[in-house]
Design a protein around this ligand. Structure first.
Ligand SMILES: [Zn+2]
Length: 394
């Protein structure tokens, strides 16, 4: 049997286990237990395959070693693990009376050996386990980073396959959004509604479906769904639902190359489809003034779903805000919708009549639908603006 002469050698054996975990599609964490220079237990992360939340590498390695020694106490043993152990695994190592725990990469979110908390430094729990940190840390964390990067790529490829891109449209690469802070909501995509004509619509849908109120947040000519990121938490904290689409041509939605695509009617039909498919009830439409012609007539087509509207008067974006709002439009080809929205096509008679009917509807406060005007504090309106809206419609 090969004897391990150093902590690095022990960690290399743990890394081998981590690679095996990655090959099996699990998050690559590996562990070995070493006694007197010999490996007596091996384990790899396997919670997905085994449907077992406790199937961490350390637990598997400890079990393997205990079987080998026919003893639940692993006196004099060293546990090598590629990632800082969590609270469960740290506890297991303490129960096993492991002499030393040697780990590679720190785990800032769940690490219980110094990062989030340090169970080993708690004198009421631990008298005998020594901790060694950061052995081959770079190699261990590179393995994890590579795994997650590959998984992101696979997810993106799967998303592309599910919603193929039309020849006459563009799709902003995900990398364009990578640097934006604080956009943690799960994307929703649709491309099979007739109104979408095969284009991919991106939207956020958060909060309970049976919420007492749904905020339909519509960006205007100079924005995309991201502009609402500071209002969403306020709506959600109030127990309400939010629907935030990127209009076709904006944000993460597909961008037809021809500006002629963009008519009010086409966009309205898509929004009505969204309301229907999401089964949105008691909606309050929040919209930027430049989206008024699009937003307000929705109430005529779906009066049973609309409870009100909030017109936001936004200051122009500057600095980091302006850069974030421009992120989905890396070049002129992606900006067809911006050009189309900046110069709305002359409206025909039918559209003019609709706009007049819409004005009458909102002026009359028909069906108790109320319109609130708010002067927003920033081009990405903040929590204060959202709170005013919540209080008004309470
Ligand atoms: Zn663990």
């Amino acid at each position: 049997m090969e004897l391990l002469s150093s902590d690095e050698a022990g960690m290399r054996a743990a890394l081998e286990q981590a690679r095996a975990a990655a090959a099996a599609g699990e998050v690559p964490v590996g562990a070995v237990v070493v006694k007197d220079g010999a490996i007596i237990g091996r384990g790899r992360n396997a919670p997905v395959a085994s449907s077992d939340p406790t199937a961490h590498a350390e637990i598997a390695a400890l079990r393997d070693a205990a079987r080998h020694l026919r003893n639940y106490r692993l006196d004099g043993c060293t546990l090598y693990v590629t990632l800082e152990p969590c609270a469960m695994c740290s506890g297991a190592a303490l129960h096993a009376r492991i002499a030393r725990v040697v780990y590679g990469a720190a785990e800032p979110k769940t690490g219980a050996a110094g990062s989030v908390l340090d169970l080993f430094a708690e004198p009421r729990l631990n008298h005998h386990t020594q901790i060694v940190r950061g052995v081959l840390a770079q190699e261990c964390s590179a393995l994890l980073a590579g795994f997650f990067q590959q998984r992101r790529r696979q997810n993106q490829a799967a998303a592309r396959a599910a919603h193929p891109l039309r020849d006459d449209a563009l799709r902003t690469p995900e990398a364009a959004f990578a640097q934006l802070p604080g956009a943690a909501w799960a994307p929703h995509y649709a491309s099979d509604w007739p109104s979408l004509q095969g284009l991919r619509l991106h939207y956020l849908d958060e909060g309970p479906r049976d919420a007492p109120l749904t905020w339909l947040c519509l960006h205007g000519a100079a924005g995309w769904s991201y502009m609402y990121r500071q209002m969403l938490p306020v709506f959600l904290a109030a127990g309400q639902r939010v629907l935030v689409p990127d209009l076709i041509g904006f944000g993460r939605s597909d961008k037809p190359k021809k500006p002629a695509f963009h008519t009010l009617e086409v966009h309205r039909r898509i929004l009505l489809d969204l309301l229907e498919r999401a089964d949105a009830q008691r909606c309050v439409i929040v919209f930027d003034a430049s989206a008024g012609a699009l937003a307000l007539p929705l109430a005529l087509a779906a009066p049973q779903r609309i409870a009100g509207a909030v017109l936001l008067e936004l200051p122009p974006a500057a600095g980091a805000e302006a850069a974030a709002l421009a992120a989905p439009f890396p070049d002129a080809g992606h900006r067809a919708a911006l050009r189309a929205f900046a110069q709305p096509a002359p409206t025909d008679q039918q559209e003019q009549a609709l706009q007049q009917a819409s004005r009458d509807f909102w002026q009359a406060g028909a069906q108790a639908a109320r319109l609130l005007r708010l002067r927003a504090d920033a081009a990405e309106p903040g929590p204060g603006t959202a709170l005013q809206a919540v209080e008004y419609f309470a």
